[in-house]
Ligand binder design. Structure first.
Ligand code: B12
Length: 203
């Protein structure tokens, strides 16, 4: 933890996720793929990163923005470190975050939305063969009476961005935390301006 604190002092913000943990895990993936490390080694690396993310999550409260995001991995999706990072970035910008973890069945996502009414739903997808499932989730979200904005990220994000028929006004595809942070800043500004405008016009 001492090392992490030192790194954070030198490089504050999302750098620890974007420039340290993410590339480290991508490298672990390469070593694993080429049988240079074992599954046990990969599990150990994941556990270390998970622990660091938990520690950083405690420090991530920001000023309130009154906006709500729920985060989830598609049914059967087990990769979740990226999703956790995204949650921390939103928390840092004052959002109310419900992190529902990986492997959330569609029906349970819809039930949760019905009760909690998030402004935004963030979905992580890592594996190519999950694409049909992703399309099902996105279509179900768009069919809601009052659809939330939909963020899709994860290793598959770039490929998804190239598929025309799942593009929509509600869908935003992001494959890194800089994009996430820029999007939040724009959205927070828009919401603040909207509130100010409504405040002025109701006087
Ligand atoms: C750790 C790991 C696992 C762990 C996951 C544990 C966990 N708690 O997450 C376990 C062991 C469970 C696992 C299982 C499998 N894995 Co795996 N895994 C990895 C590994 C090494 C790291 C994943 C990770 O944490 N990356 C770091 C995070 C931070 O990166 P990220 O997810 O891309 O997130 C970034 C962005 O995409 C974005 N983002 C992510 N989510 C979201 C969401 C939103 C809303 C937004 C806006 C942004 C966003 O933010 C992050 C920061 O920029 C990757 C290698 C890799 N290249 O990622 C392989 C990898 C993804 N796995 C792979 C495979 C094959 C599998 C298995 C199929 C293996 C098997 N035969 O069982 C299973 C599938 C499990 C399943 N059902 O989902 C392959 C996929 C290859 C492919 N065909 O695409 C990879 C690439 C390894 C490899 N090189 O072969 N895996």
């Amino acid at each position: 933890m001492k090392l992490i604190n030192t790194y954070q002092c030198k490089y504050p913000g999302i750098s620890i996720f974007e420039d340290l943990i993410t590339p480290a895990m991508y490298y672990i993936g390469e070593l694993w793929e080429h049988n240079k490390i074992s599954v046990a080694d990969e599990h150990l690396a994941t556990a270390v990163c998970d622990m660091i993310i938990s520690q950083l999550s405690i420090l991530s409260e920001g000023t309130e923005s009154n906006q709500k995001i729920m985060l989830l991995g598609l049914e059967e999706e087990q990769h979740y470190l990226g999703l956790r990072m995204v949650g921390i970035v939103f928390k840092k910008h004052g959002w109310d975050v419900k992190y529902l973890g990986p492997n959330l069945p569609l029906g349970h996502m819809l039930n949760f939305i019905d009760v909690w009414k998030p402004d935004v739903v963030g979905v992580s997808v890592a594996l190519p063969y999950r694409l049909p499932t992703l399309i099902k989730y996105v279509e179900s979200l768009e069919e809601l009476h009052s659809p939330p904005q939909i963020l899709v990220g994860g290793r598959m994000a770039e490929k998804i961005a190239r598929i025309d028929h799942i593009q929509s006004d509600y869908l935003h595809i992001m494959n890194n935390l800089t994009m996430v942070e820029n999007w939040i800043q724009e959205r927070n500004t828009e919401t603040r301006e909207e509130k100010e405008f409504n405040g002025i016009s109701t006087k």
